[in-house]
Design a protein around this ligand. Structure first.
Ligand code: CO
Length: 209
């Protein structure tokens, strides 16, 4: 990748945008009102806006290794707080992807130094779903399933936050768990039944009475 090419690409992009709408940047600079918060993986192949076919201003985006929502991560927690409580997004999406290097790394016995505590969160997802995962003989299938279960658990982590609980009580947000299939380019809605999952645990994590 040629760095200078990036700047000439940018110039070309500005011209293209202004040809379609001469007020394009003027409108963009007036503020943002995205309706979706997207939390996805940092993987260079999983470009959030492009795979959803959306442009600047449409989606508030947070990306990290393996689309995680750890309770102690001030970064993702600040993003959720700002998007849900201030921008008042209507949809919160956790989007994982098959062939996720972060999930793969967590399935292996290897000391990865600074990455260990981050990947530990994925190992905890494995532990929670060990009985289901260990029934899958095919390693690739098990890997794909862990990607899906990780999305499910990160959605549950989102539901544990006070901001999302409040937004749910006010009926102004919906949480979605998606997986992007790199192999086909297809975006898949996991259609997670949160009501069923929360049935047993809601009282434990409830922050609003
Ligand atoms: Co990934």
């Amino acid at each position: 990748m040629n760095i200078e090419k990036i700047f000439s690409n940018n110039k070309k992009w500005i011209e293209e945008r202004l040809q379609i709408d001469e007020n394009y940047f003027k409108n963009l600079s007036s503020g943002q009102k995205p309706e979706i918060l997207y939390i996805g993986c940092s993987d260079s192949r999983v470009s959030a806006e492009e795979l959803m076919g959306v442009g600047p201003g449409d989606v508030f985006v947070h990306r990290n290794i393996a689309n995680m929502v750890p309770n102690t991560d001030l970064n993702v927690m600040s993003v959720i707080n700002y998007a849900v409580t201030h921008l008042k997004v209507k949809h919160l999406v956790i989007c994982g992807h098959y062939y996720c290097g972060g999930v793969k790394a967590a399935m292996q016995s290897e000391d990865l130094g600074l990455l260990n505590p981050w990947l530990r969160n994925i190992r905890d997802v494995y532990r929670l779903h060990k009985s289901e995962l260990n029934l899958i003989a095919c390693e690739d299938e098990k890997y794909n399933r862990l990607v899906e279960l990780n999305v499910q658990e990160q959605c549950i982590n989102v539901l544990k936050t006070a901001d999302v609980q409040k937004a749910l009580l006010e009926k102004r947000i919906t949480v979605h768990g998606w997986v992007w299939d790199i192999h086909s380019g297809k975006l898949i809605d996991l259609k997670i039944d949160f009501e069923k999952i929360l049935e047993d645990i809601r009282e434990i994590y409830r922050l609003h009475s």
